[in-house]
Ligand binder design. Structure first.
Ligand code: BTN
Length: 173
């Protein structure tokens, strides 16, 4: 792997970790908080591309599994992969890979098309797997888990806006 590739992946992992410094907002209705770190996952895919984005997020999750406090709010341990947020975490690398895949198929797309593609993966895909994981882990009816996840949609949609703006800015630079 080239030094430049390694450096860009390391930088993106650092960005994801720094976004985790912003304290999570706990919600009463479900045991999953509002965080900013998932924006970093989307950014990894959009800026690094499919392969490097997937790998960077996988390494980030590996650091969390090792017990390093890299997840939002400064936690990290193997148990999180069996907790209420497990579905989101498992979705992370695939979301980064898929976002990388769709954004690599560039062309001169309109802003709204880039936004929708990133939204489908970064919000619909992650939150759906998250709801599925939450339902299994918390023995919550699946429909209730999906309804509860609607609380993330406004914030997550704003994060996609930021990611789309940054992605398009980097692409033209
Ligand atoms: C963790 O750090 O333990 C994972 C938390 C996952 C939170 C999910 S990511 C998608 C959705 N949007 C949010 O703001 N929170 C949830």
């Amino acid at each position: 792997m080239k030094t430049k590739t390694v450096a860009s992946m390391a930088m993106m992992i650092a960005v994801i970790i720094v976004l985790g410094f912003i304290p999570p907002i706990p919600l009463g209705i479900i045991p999953v908080p509002i965080i900013l770190q998932n924006m970093g996952i989307m950014l990894a895919g959009a800026l690094l591309g499919a392969k490097r984005g997937f790998l960077a997020v996988l390494i980030f999750l590996f650091l969390a599994a090792l017990g390093l406090p890299v997840l939002s709010g400064g936690h990290g341990n193997i148990a999180v992969f069996m907790g209420p947020s497990a579905g989101y975490l498992f979705a992370y690398p695939f979301a980064a890979g898929l976002i990388g895949f769709v954004t690599e198929k560039t062309g001169n797309r309109r802003f709204v098309v880039d936004y929708l593609l990133i939204w489908l993966i970064g919000v619909l895909f992650i939150d759906s797997l998250g709801a599925l994981g939450l339902s299994i882990q918390s023995h919550m009816p699946l429909d209730k888990a999906f309804w509860a996840n609607l609380v993330f949609i406004p914030g997550d949609s704003l994060k996609v806006l930021m990611v789309t703006l940054l992605y398009r800015r980097f692409k033209t630079a």
